[in-house]
Design a protein around this ligand. Structure first.
Ligand SMILES: NC(=O)c1ccc[n+]([C@@H]2O[C@H](COP(=O)([O-])OP(=O)(O)OC[C@H]3O[C@@H](n4cnc5c(N)ncnc54)[C@H](OP(=O)(O)O)[C@@H]3O)[C@@H](O)[C@H]2O)c1
Length: 232
């Protein structure tokens, strides 16, 4: 069975991806900081009958990242790493003039430094897989200049660039930066608490990720709304 690590898998997009991969027979290593919520998600994913290792921890902790990769090794290796856990830098989001330096540092630490650390830890197993794949979850805030999304957007732009360079450095693997589009999640509600517009459920964007896994296009940046065009 193929094996994936998904960070931030206790809720939102990470959990929806975990369920979809388990339904396809993937064995999984799942992470999030809040142990009880992660455990509940892992129990749900286990109902698909695959092996699931749930490890609570913070992706900024190098020891925790090593444990995630070690758990994948115990499941037989690593075929897919999804860097999905993310920090906003401020809740709610604020204009750059008010963005605390500490918030920006946290966004960079979680979204960029930890994501690279996990890739570095995982590369030997990914290279050993016949189909090593890295997905970094991006955002349209990485590419568009939305007021108040500057710190978070800068961190996602940096993550996109890391993914692009990794794709060039690792021609034997697929490295996709994927913008899922807006989703109704706790992260979105924390970012913009007074947003009244309905947003799609995370499960609705999962087919875009599955299309990438099925078709294995070249490394690069992809947006789920474009991937799903004509498929809905
Ligand atoms: N929602 C949107 O509209 C939207 C749009 C574009 C891109 N995205 C991206 O989509 C991805 C998933 O976000 P989401 O909206 O699904 O968020 P979510 O529902 O709030 O889920 C975030 C997940 O990450 C975990 N997490 C957060 N910080 C962590 C850390 N330092 N270490 C380990 N786990 C951590 C959370 O659990 P704990 O809090 O317990 O750790 C949770 O499992 C993120 O990369 C986000 O930037 C979201």
């Amino acid at each position: 069975m193929p094996v994936a690590i998904i960070t931030g898998a206790s809720k939102g997009l990470g959990r929806a991806l975990a369920e979809a991969l388990a339904a396809r027979g993937w064995d999984l290593v799942l992470d999030a900081r809040t142990a009880g919520v992660l455990q509940e998600a892992a129990d749900g994913v286990r109902t698909y009958g695959t092996r699931v290792t749930a490890l609570p921890g913070d992706v900024t902790d190098a020891g925790h990242r090593a444990e995630l990769v070690a758990a994948a090794w115990r499941l037989g290796g690593l075929d897919l790493l999804v860097s999905n856990a993310s920090a906003l830098g401020a809740k709610p989001l604020v204009r750059l003039e008010a963005l605390p330096a500490e918030g920006l540092r946290r966004a960079l630490e979680v979204n960029v430094v930890a994501a690279l650390g996990l890739v570095q830890e995982a590369l030997p197993l990914l290279r050993a897989s016949g189909a090593g794949t890295v997905i970094t979850v991006s955002s349209d805030a990485a590419a568009e200049a939305y007021e108040t999304w500057g710190g978070y957007g800068a961190s996602k732009a940096a993550l996109d660039h890391l993914a692009a360079v990794l794709g060039a450095e690792e021609p034997g693997q697929r490295v996709w930066a994927v913008d899922p589009g807006d989703m109704a999640t706790d992260l979105y509600a924390a970012a913009v608490p007074d947003d009244g517009d309905p947003r799609p459920a995370p499960v609705s964007v999962v087919p875009g990720f599955l299309r990438l896994l099925d078709e294995r296009p070249a490394s690069g940046r992809y947006a789920v709304p474009a991937l799903l065009e004509g498929q809905r």
